[in-house]
Structure formats: structure tokens, C-alpha cells
Design a protein around this ligand. Structure first.
Ligand code: PBG
Length: 349
């Protein structure tokens, strides 16, 4: 089924630029342009960027109060309405619920999924003194910073990447450091400013961090086929494992959940190694577990690891902690000692 005005349906359709809907942020423009260039290079099709304003761009409210998918819904509406032909999302910002009528036609090769520290004077995490003020908006990062037990003061911030870096560098700096996704910095050409790339042992990334999702209408068969050229099956598999873990936990993108899958060559074929973590927002307790399996079983591995985490008491960590921590609009207290009263004793394997 096609609509009459859709690109590519007429004999001269191959000359009509495909309309790629994008947010207007520097990051969104950079990653959309990159995908547009890759598609044109691989297929010869011209692509034009169409800017879509989302409620997440115009609101100053903390992202937790805006809800998951706020950056995504305006793009998806434009896609469903036929105003654009496809969209590029930061995969970690996509809600885990499927979008009716839409299809993720490609998951390009992932960039470095780790978090990165930008700090005044280029200090590493271990060099920052007790009481150092570290900015981040994500509950997952807040929780894992507290869990280090280094007595950092974690300051809830939001805004685009440039705004967040300006809290550390430049005339209006009021923080000692910020934690950001390395992938976003590298897409903006700013990873030269990174003081330290954080080891996933300490700071497990968000599910699907560093990956992109290229989405079009499910019934746009020609475009589904065309976009498949951008797909990287290994990235698709690791992201499927991480997001299946998140979906099974029924946690949103703002939950204190980390997940990171890697593919390694095993003795008889490739293996997925999936790590998952749920951390109480005050960092006092966490559950960290892992599983391995076949890439073809990515979704089942994620489900099974989520079940393991829940069996180990993960649910109590974020429901109990979320009420206590109150992240945005201020600071969260430094971690309570690991012996503090808690509903669950997490393992820390
Ligand atoms: N939540 C915002 C967001 N969504 C995607 C990225 C860039 C990295 C990526 O694609 O995962 C960022 C910025 C950040 O977390 O620092």
C-alpha cells in the first residue's frame, strides 16, 4: 500500500529526494546528516533533511517529568502522517513499546556506547575530590556516581550537549564535571574534550546507548528495502538484548537501569555477553548480573537476565529509591553507606 504523494512511486521517483525528518538539535542534525550521507553513498538516492520541532526541544522541564519518548513522538507523528519518509532516532531514547505502523528498517553500526567524563582541568573521576559537583540528568548515572562511594555531589542538569559542557568549561562554569554519552560527543566532534571514558564496570551504559534507529512506515516496502543497506546485524542483536532487558523490567529510559551487550567469538560461533544493572538512586545498593548466549537468542537473553535481576530484588531498588531521590531541580544527597537500611540487599558481582 502506498499513498499517491509518496516519494519513489513515480517513474522518476528515484530523483525525488527522500525526506528525512529530524529534530533541530545539533546532535540530531549531525546524526541525521550522517545517515543521509551514508544512504546516498550506498544507494545514490538524494536525501533532504526536514526539521521537526518536538515538545522536548521547547520545554525546560526535567526530562523525567516529560516522560519517555517525548523527543520521539513528534517525529513519529510526522512519519505516520506521511510528512516525512523516514527518521533517525537515538535508539536509547525510543520507548520499548513498538510503534504501530512503523518499522525500524536499519540499525547502523554502533558507536562507542560508554559514558564519558568532561571535567575542569581534565581530572579523572578518581582525581576529583570529595564534594566535587558532577552534573548529569539520568537517574542511571546519578545512581552509579553515588555508588562509587566517593562523596560526590551529584547535580541534576539537562539541556543539549553544548549547554551541559558549558557548566564545566567557560565563563559560566559552576560544576566540576559532567557525564555524557561518548557517542553524542563524538558525533559533535567534541570527544577531544573527554577527560575519561568510563569503564562499564563502574558506569554501565544505558540500553542501546550509542546506537541509532532508522525508522520508516512499515508499509513503505521500497524504503524498507532501501534502508536495509544501512543495517548492521551485530548492532541489531546487541541492542535487541539490551532493550529486551529494559522492556522486561518495565522500566523507562529514565530508570536507573544499565545494560550492555557485546558480541565475542566463542569456540563454536559468536556469543552475546549481556550485562545488566539496576542501581538504587542513592547508590546504596545495586544488582549487577550477566548472561551469555547466541546472538539469534538476543531477545530471550535479555528477558532471562531481567528475570534474574528481578529475582535478585531489582524492582525494590528503583521503586523504593525513586521516591527518596527526587533527581531534577537540585542536588541529590551523597550515597548513604552500603549498610544503610534498605529493602533489598543487592549482589555486586
Ligand atoms: N538522553 C539524551 C541523549 N540521547 C542520545 C544521546 C547521545 C548518545 C547516544 O546516541 O546514545 C544523548 C546525550 C547523552 O546521553 O549524553
Amino acid at each position: 500500500m502506498t499513498t499517491p504523494q509518496r516519494e519513489g512511486t513515480t517513474p522518476d521517483g528515484a530523483d525525488t529526494p527522500l525526506r528525512l525528518g529530524t529534530r533541530g538539535s545539533a546532535l540530531a542534525l549531525a546524526q541525521s546528516q550522517r545517515v543521509a550521507n551514508a544512504l546516498t553513498a550506498a544507494t545514490g538516492r538524494a536525501v533532504e533533511l526536514v526539521r521537526i520541532v518536538t515538545s522536548g526541544d521547547t520545554s525546560a522541564a526535567p526530562v523525567q517529568t516529560l516522560g519517555v519518548g517525548v523527543f520521539v513522538s513528534a517525529l513519529r507523528d510526522a512519519l505516520s502522517a506521511g510528512e516525512i519518509d523516514f527518521a533517525v532516532h537515538s535508539y536509547k531514547d525510543l520507548p520499548t513499546a513498538p510503534a504501530p505502523g512503523l518499522h525500524i528498517a536499519a540499525v547502523p553500526a554502533r558507536e562507542d556506547p560508554r559514558d564519558a567524563l568532561i571535567s575542569r582541568g581534565g581530572l579523572r573521576l578518581s582525581e576529583l575530590p570529595p564534594g566535587a559537583r558532577i552534573g548529569t540528568g539520568a537517574l542511571r548515572r546519578i545512581a552509579q556516581l553515588h555508588a562509587l562511594g566517593l562523596q560526590f555531589e551529584v547535580v541534576a542538569i539537562r539541556g543539549n550537549i553544548d549547554t551541559r559542557i558549558s557548566r564545566v568549561v567557560g565563563p559560566h562554569a559552576d560544576l566540576d564535571a559532567v557525564v555524557l554519552a561518548r557517542a553524542g560527543l563524538s558525533r559533535l566532534g567534541r570527544n577531544g574534550e573527554i577527560a575519561e571514558t568510563l569503564d562499564p564496570m563502574l558506569m554501565l551504559p544505558a540500553p542501546a546507548q550509542g546506537a541509532l534507529a532508522v525508522e520508516c512506515r512499515a508499509d513503505d516496502a521500497d524504503l524498507v528495502d532501501l534502508l536495509a543497506v544501512l543495517d548492521d546485524p551485530a548492532t541489531r542483536a546487541v541492542v535487541a538484548a539490551e532493550r529486551s532487558l529494559l522492556a522486561t523490567l518495565e522500566a523507562g529510559c529514565s530508570a536507573p537501569v544499565g545494560a550492555y551487550a557485546e558480541i565475542a567469538e566463542g569456540d563454536d560461533g559468536d556469543e552475546i555477553y549481556l550485562r545488566g544493572a539496576v542501581i538504587a538512586p542513592d547508590g546504596g545498593h545495586d544488582v549487577r548480573l550477566s548472561r551469555t548466549g547466541r546472538p539469534a537468542d538476543a531477545v530471550e537473553i535479555g528477558k532471562a537476565l531481567a528475570a534474574d535481576l528481578l529475582d535478585a530484588g531489582a524492582a525494590g531498588l528503583w521503586t523504593a529509591g525513586a521516591a527518596a531521590a527526587q533527581p531534577p531541580n537540585g542536588t541529590t544527597p551523597t550515597a548513604s553507606p552500603r549498610t544503610a537500611e534498605a529493602h533489598v540487599t543487592g549482589s555486586t558481582q
